[in-house]
Structures are given as C-alpha cells and as structure tokens.
Design a protein around this ligand. Sequence first.
Ligand code: ADP
Length: 173
Amino acid sequence: MVRQRLEFMERKERLAVYPGSFDPVTNGHVDIIERSLKFIDRLIVSVTHHPTKKPFFSFKERMEMLREIFKGRDEIIVEYFDGLLVDYLKKRGVYLVIRGLRAVSDFDYEFQMVLTNRKLLPQIETIFLTPREEYLYLSSSAVKEIARLNGPVEKFVPEVVAKKLKEKFFSNL
Ligand code: ADP
C-alpha cells in the first residue's frame, strides 16, 4: 500500500506539445486533442506561425478561441511560440510532440519535419494521431473558404469559431 502510494507520488506527469497554426481550430484539431489526452496527463496546445501560410486570425484571436473551447479543462494549456519548435521544446522541457495525420497529403511534410527536428534535437518523439473519418479531409483553409461563401461552417468547427468566422467575414457588410 505504502509502496503503491510512493510510486503514485513519484510518477512524473506525462506532458506533450501539440504545435500548429490552428487558423482557426477545427473539429479535427479538437478530435486530436481529446485523443491525445487518453494517454498523456496534460497537453500544451501551442499556436505558432507556419512558414508558408499567411495568418488569417492573429495569435491572440487563435489563442482566445482555443481557450474558450477548453475553458475549465486544466489538462489543456494554450500558449504560443514564434521561432523554431526545437527551441520552444527545450525552453519548455517537453520532448513529446503530438501531430495529426490526415490523408496522404500530410505525410511528406510531417515526415520531413520529424526527421529535421530529430537532427536538431534527438530526444524529441512525435506521435501521430488520426482523427475520426469525417474529419480526415477537414482543414482550416477549407473552413475559411466555406465561411467566406457563407456556408454551414458550424458543421466543422466549435460554435465559438463559427461565430468568430462570421464576424470576420460579414461584420462590416
Ligand atoms: P500546421 O500549419 O502546423 O500544419 P495546422 O493547424 O494546419 O498547423 O495543423 C496542426 C496539426 O493538426 C497538424 O499535424 C495537422 O496535420 C493536424 N490537423 C489539421 N487538421 C486536422 C484534421 N482535420 N484532423 C486531424 N489532424 C488535423
């Protein structure tokens, strides 16, 4: 009993980082976040800048949406970083990365990232998770396009995001 208790107290918290643009966060991202929490204790969702994507929502807006969605969930921390993922991981002292893998299209880029990051920081491990089938082809860009054309975006994103997209596209018409 005492031994079990000691083991419990000594057990380190399993922490991981889920980096991404989240521009904006979709139900696909949410699916990956919830899945990862089945085997880690706390997840840091880290909003960052993608080198080739022009951001639609500011860092602040993207973080606000994520925080609103996961309000009251202490196991989900929302942050941002600018710069290299490896530098951020070192600073945070976390070496486990979560990424989502959708159709084949993600594979090349993700594979390249894992190998490059491993060269820079060998102790990193990346876990790829696949979302529910209905989210396999869902992307933030598709969501923005649907919103721009005034489509039913609430099918693909949490309510707070749908609202924010509508505001952004149609508030000054
Ligand atoms: P990035 O610009 O870093 O690719 P994204 O926000 O587009 O940022 O994606 C962050 C991570 O979430 C990536 O690993 C991506 O493959 C994954 N992801 C994005 N959309 C989905 C989705 N619909 N289902 C599962 N994973 C997804």
